[in-house]
Design a protein around this ligand. Structure first.
Ligand SMILES: *Cc1c(COP(=O)(O)O)cnc(C)c1O
Length: 397
């Protein structure tokens, strides 16, 4: 084992609080009224697609994020699918999205009948690089008929999906500016960024429409779940309609006016979400404290850094992320094995989308920064419970 690998192993072990048992990347935490609210659903019989927790969860999410509306869905992928449809994406269009993302972003694009068009990321936020995207559009796109078109494929470029990787907000201002210039709607994949702010405003409220996820490993969980966020009431109504089988009710009679989706979040899951949202501030504080403890431990280790929240942003530090200085495949593998062998779960970034067999032929920009990041990034244990300040002590350990 190299000295660097050994230093990283010791720092992660200390940062995680010298755990004795296997330590997952991100564990859910149920320390509030979760059990009460779920039991309430069972006692009253309102477990499924109707119930007061769904309405309350949507209202609470809108309030927490500062968006005018939230529509709860069965998972984050479904939320992204409908977000794309609501932003105007149609079959045969292209959607710009980072190659460095979770597969759900590209899958949702395919569900909408569109073709993913992969773009590069940058090393400070790990999100879509505005400069690289600008040059790429100048090289391959043209504006006509009020829209943006790919000159090589002839297809319309119908949206840009920006993903806030591991909770760190993307450079939204230059990306929004670029989208305005090219008449491309911006959609945020905010699945990882609940509780993350860009210049004081919650992520997910910058794009035309955006998606959240409440999967088991996310900041807040409903077991499985997601939500669509928007400040446009017409889009919110359309999202609600599409996710509830496009149902129109008229007293005791109901009908459907287009092909809709059964993407509703069950009341049982929403109950869990309501209780989780009551504790989100506390969970975010402990996650931040954990990230600061890692940051201090990694400060003096040459060859690696803890990815910090970009300037002008507040990150939820969903997954604490180490970035190796070298583009050294062997070192990357060695560190990952050493951590996992020691029971400290660690993961490389997702396989880049353009390397997956189903997207092998998709159009793409130069992706060299993402290619380098793929051998530099290591996610380390980030559960809020790893930072349990002793009662009354507060602050750092
Ligand atoms: C978690 C996640 C999603 C949505 O995932 P679901 O499991 O469907 O809730 C989408 N995009 C990204 C980047 C994610 O991390």
């Amino acid at each position: 084992m190299t000295t660097l690998t050994n230093s990283i192993l010791e720092a992660v072990r200390e940062g995680a609080g010298f755990p004795e048992a296997f330590t997952p990347l991100h564990e859910p935490e149920f320390a509030g009224r979760e059990e009460d609210y779920v039991a309430d659903c069972i006692r009253t019989g309102w477990v499924s697609s109707v119930g007061s927790f769904v309405d309350r969860f949507e209202a609470d999410l809108a309030e927490f994020t500062g968006c005018s509306r939230a529509v709860a869905t069965v998972n984050g992928t479904a939320a992204l699918h409908i977000a794309l449809k609501c932003s105007g994406v149609q079959a045969g269009d292209e959607v710009l999205l980072p190659t460095l993302t979770f597969v759900a972003t590209a899958n949702a694009t395919s569900y909408a009948g569109a073709i993913p068009h992969f773009v590069d990321s940058e090393a400070t936020t790990l999100a879509v690089c505005p400069e690289a995207l600008r040059s790429h559009l100048e090289e391959c796109a043209e504006k006509r008929d009020g829209g943006c078109f790919n000159r090589k494929t002839g297809r319309r470029i119908a949206a840009l999906v920006v993903m806030h990787a591991f909770g760190h907000p993307a450079q939204l201002d230059p990306l929004l500016e670029l989208c305005r210039e090219w008449s491309i709607p911006l959609v945020e994949d905010a699945a990882e960024s609940l509780g993350s702010y860009y210049q004081g405003r919650h992520t997910g409220g910058f794009g035309l429409v955006s998606a959240l996820s409440f999967n088991g490993n996310k900041i807040l969980t409903t077991g499985g779940g997601g939500a669509i966020l928007t400040n446009d009431p017409a889009i919110a109504d359309r999202a609600k309609h599409l996710t509830t089988t496009a149902r129109i009710s008229d007293g005791w009679n109901f009908t459907h006016d287009e092909i809709g989706y059964n993407y509703r979040l069950p009341n049982l899951n929403a109950a869990l979400g309501c209780a989780q949202l009551e504790r989100i501030t506390d969970m975010l504080q402990r996650k931040r404290a954990l990230a600061m403890r890692y940051k201090a431990l990694f400060k003096d280790i040459a060859g690696v850094r803890l990815l910090e929240e970009p300037q002008g942003t507040e990150s939820n530090y969903w997954l604490c992320t180490l970035v190796l200085e070298q583009f050294d495949h062997q070192l990357h593998t060695e560190v990952l094995s050493a951590l996992n062998d020691a029971g400290l779960m660690a993961r490389p970034v997702w396989t880049l989308m353009h390397r997956l067999p189903m997207f092998a032929d998709a159009p793409r920009a130069d992706l060299s920064c993402a290619e380098r990041l793929a051998v530099q990034i290591i996610n380390i244990p980030s559960s809020p419970k790893l930072f349990a300040a002793p009662a009354g002590a507060g602050g750092d350990v």
